[in-house]
Design a protein around this ligand. Structure first.
Ligand SMILES: Cc1ncc(COP(=O)(O)O)c(C=O)c1O
Length: 390
């Protein structure tokens, strides 16, 4: 396949429902933190497909795992036993909440499973989320994602979902006897990379315990080493009842998972919930290879160290008003005096500096580099940004 960008744009215009606003680049190859376009030009990838290719592109261990499994068995479904999924479930549960795992194919589906399990446990009840949260696009997850532009065209949403300010006293007041679940991202991603305060998480935990509600942490974006610990909750004083993951789990293949603590380890019975592809052997083999890399304490320490360096370096850039985040999940707000919007900066970074970034809003630029970047690549990205902002 060797179509030009213009040919692909014409195909898109004639054949694809226009749900995406793509950047005008065709990528044809990736290796580590680098991507190459169809003209052979290299780009430094600080977006990683939105926190998916966390080990860099085509990590050799992930590629080998996919190839080996594809040659042996691609799919049989959940009516039979296959080893990769059961090994992966054991590893995920043992490395986090200690309960059990239910597989999905994406982040939004992992959250659907969590929401269904929480409501089943309470035999109904309300779901509470907070502003700036993002949990996905299917109806349950969307109903917990309080953004007018994303929700309004698809009304009516699922009843019984409420969103409040991420403020401890507000959350404390809203969680009551009829609450089935509270769903939070310990570090909010799509909302612009906001680390939720420990106090908010503590209040959520205490109130959920008091009323018999389920505390769900959505770690679809902030989990799997992104913040410098395997799971983001491990840097907070709170352990959730349910944890959801996806994005980086499959090293680029679609997979999601709901991980339970002991209380909800049998939160579904046969027939309650399921998915044809979930827990398939190729995606699970890739995920086992990903875990081998991200569970390494040396890698996690490097994420924290590199993140701290990047954070300080970004703070020193002209036109940068505020830097937020934890580990290698970072964002900065542009000072209005910088005279450029975040989407424009991201486009110019791509075209002029061959640096791949992402804008989460009109003034916020997000950085999600591979967890494996070295000091030279971090400095290179900052240098390219500095060239644009100076
Ligand atoms: C925190 C969080 N939850 C859920 C999702 C939805 O994941 P997916 O796009 O795989 O459905 C995302 C995607 O950006 C996310 O960041």
């Amino acid at each position: 396949m060797s179509a030009s960008l213009q040919e692909l744009q014409a195909l898109e215009a004639s054949s694809q429902v226009p749900a995406y606003a793509r950047m005008p680049v065709q990528f044809v190859r990736g290796e580590g933190p680098w991507l190459w376009d169809d003209e052979g030009q290299a780009y430094l990838d600080f977006q990683t497909g939105l926190a998916v290719t966390s080990l860099g592109h085509s990590h050799p261990a992930v590629v080998a795992a996919i190839r080996e499994q594809a040659e042996r068995l691609v799919h049989v479904g959940n009516l039979f036993y296959t080893e990769p999924g059961l090994r992966l479930a054991q590893r995920l549960a043992a490395g986090s909440l200690g309960g059990r795992v239910h597989f999905a194919n994406s982040g939004t589906e992992a959250n659907e499973a969590a929401l269904k399990m929480a409501r089943k446990a309470k035999q109904g009840g309300d779901v509470v989320s907070v502003h700036r949260g993002f949990h996905g696009r299917t109806y349950g997850s969307l109903s917990a994602t309080p953004q007018e532009a994303k929700q309004a065209p698809f009304a009516p949403l699922v009843p019984g979902f409420f969103a409040v300010e991420p403020d401890p006293s507000v959350l404390e007041a809203v969680i009551g006897p009829n609450t089935a679940a509270v769903i939070l991202e310990p570090v909010q991603g799509e909302g612009g990379v906001w680390v939720l305060p420990d106090e908010l998480l503590r209040v959520a935990r205490e109130r959920c315990d008091a009323v018999g509600a389920t505390l769900i942490f959505d770690e679809v974006q902030c989990g799997l080493g992104r913040t410098g610990s395997l799971w983001a909750y491990q840097q907070t004083p709170v352990v959730p009842d349910l944890l959801t993951t996806a994005k980086a789990l499959g090293g680029g293949l679609p997979i999601g998972a709901l991980i339970t603590g002991p209380r909800l380890a049998e939160g579904f019975a046969p027939g309650d919930h399921g998915s044809t592809f979930a827990g398939g052997p190729i995606a699970c083999s890739a995920a086992l290879a990903v875990l081998d890399v991200v569970e390494d304490p040396a890698l996690l320490a490097a994420v924290s160290e590199r993140g701290a360096w990047l954070r300080a370096a970004l703070t020193d850039l002209p036109g940068v008003a505020q830097v937020r985040g934890r580990g290698l999940m970072l964002a900065f707000d542009l000072d209005p005096a910088a005279g450029i919007s975040a989407p424009d900066l991201v486009l110019r970074a791509l075209q002029e500096q061959h640096l791949v970034l992402n804008a989460t809003g009109p003034a916020t630029v997000r950085l999600l580099p591979p967890l494996t970047i070295g000091p030279d690549e971090a400095a290179e990205a900052v240098g390219r940004l500095a060239a644009l902002l100076s």
